[in-house]
Design a protein around this ligand. Structure first.
Ligand SMILES: Cc1cc2nc3c(=O)[nH]c(=O)nc-3n(C[C@H](O)[C@H](O)[C@H](O)COP(=O)(O)OP(=O)(O)OC[C@H]3O[C@@H](n4cnc5c(N)ncnc54)[C@H](O)[C@@H]3O)c2cc1C
Length: 336
């Protein structure tokens, strides 16, 4: 349990804050996470969440973040209670769509789909076996793992970074779209997503329409339920599920997999992707504290979480005064 004065205050209890907190706590630091919303009420809880495929070529910093994360999630899929499983599925594109971005060939086990396997209306596809995280379960696993390493989560929103800098010598800013106001960083903006959760009619493979525009078909089976997507609406802050959008999502998915048409709806999830032209992973001195910023992961935050968290923790502990990173665009192709 954390003593009165923590070594590090992490802001945010989404997948980025929890993973960063774990890396720091497991390195022996006393970690306190301060958050506005607890994990089940974050954007992270709304994610599908597919990890990979690798979308950046080797040499790009984002490629390293993806690779580290893919290895971690693959290992977590072997453990009970993490909510992570390896799943086979298809990523497919309609005619006229650019094909999936470069780098896909770097993911082990990815192979082109036989045209006969493609759903009607699609002209290109790949098969991949990738980690798939049931996010509410995975976030609970991360929370328990943080606690096991001595970390604690408090609901205590930060009014400013300066204020937090007075309470600990080290800080990690993992506030997702909240960074827009907190930093403030006008480069961060929300891209709203919505999922429909249905009873699983017997599916064990995922499907993701790629590349991603503003609306697409995707479904991700997690045992008893399936997560259906998806949409991406820039600059929309509305966290309420829209019933009309939910119907459109289920209809689009049913065109690919007819068993989904009458699947019973169990619930809805809405999240705000923290979009930014580049992921911000860098050190800033704030008052007497050293802060590592780790936010702006757009639609691929789960897929990059372990790579970014390990690097953020190393930068913070080593005191690396990294300058702005080589621009790294969050992949336009969200895994889910
Ligand atoms: C519908 C949907 C599907 C997605 N599918 C995938 C997928 O398949 N694969 C994938 O890799 N990614 C996916 N994503 C993207 C992924 O969910 C995000 O990139 C990721 O969740 C961002 O995590 P985060 O921790 O930065 O932000 P969040 O989960 O939003 O967490 C931010 C935290 O900061 C806290 N906070 C904010 N302001 C303050 C403050 N002032 N003080 C204290 N705390 C504060 C919040 O309360 C919250 O706890 C998806 C996103 C959506 C919406």
């Amino acid at each position: 349990m954390v003593e009165t004065v923590p070594d590090v205050i992490v802001l945010g209890a989404g997948v980025i804050g929890l993973t960063t907190g774990i890396c720091l706590a497991e390195a022996g630091l006393r970690v306190l996470i301060r958050t506005e919303a607890l994990p089940p009420r974050t954007t992270s809880a709304a994610a599908a969440a597919l990890v990979g495929p690798l979308s950046y070529p080797p040499g790009n910093p984002a490629s390293a973040w993806e690779r580290v994360s893919l290895v971690e999630f693959t290992a977590l899929a072997e453990l009970p209670g993490t909510g992570v499983r390896m799943r086979r599925g298809m990523l497919a594109a309609r005619p006229g769509s650019p094909q999936p971005p470069p780098g896909f060939e770097h993911t082990a086990g990815v192979r082109p789909a036989d045209p006969a396997d493609l759903p009607p209306g699609f002209e290109y596809g790949i098969w991949a076996t990738l980690p798939l995280a049931d996010m509410p379960v995975y976030l609970a696993y991360l929370t328990d793992r943080l606690a096991a390493a001595g970390g604690r989560v408090d609901v205590a929103p930060a009014g400013s970074l300066d204020e937090v800098a007075q309470d600990a010598p080290l800080m990690a800013n993992c506030t997702g779209v909240g960074a827009r106001d907190l930093v403030p960083d006008p480069e961060v903006h929300p891209v709203r997503g919505q999922h429909v959760i249905v009873e699983n009619p017997g599916l064990d493979e995922f499907f993701l329409e790629a590349p991603i525009g503003s609306a697409w078909a995707s479904y991700f089976p997690h045992g008893e339920h399936v997560v259906l997507g998806g949409i991406a609406t820039p600059d929309d802050w509305n966290l309420a599920a829209d019933p009309a959008i939910a119907r459109e999502i289920q209809n689009r998915c049913a065109e690919i997999e007819p068993r989904l048409r009458s699947a019973r709806v169990l619930g809805h999830r809405v999240g705000l992707r923290p979009a930014r032209p580049t992921v911000r992973l860098e050190i800033e001195e704030i008052g007497s504290a050293r802060c590592v910023h780790n936010y702006g992961h757009g639609g691929v935050g789960v897929s990059m979480s372990w790579g970014c968290a390990r690097e953020a923790a190393a930068m913070l502990v080593a005191g690396t005064a990294s300058g702005p990173r080589t621009p790294v665009h969050p992949s336009p192709v969200e895994p889910g």
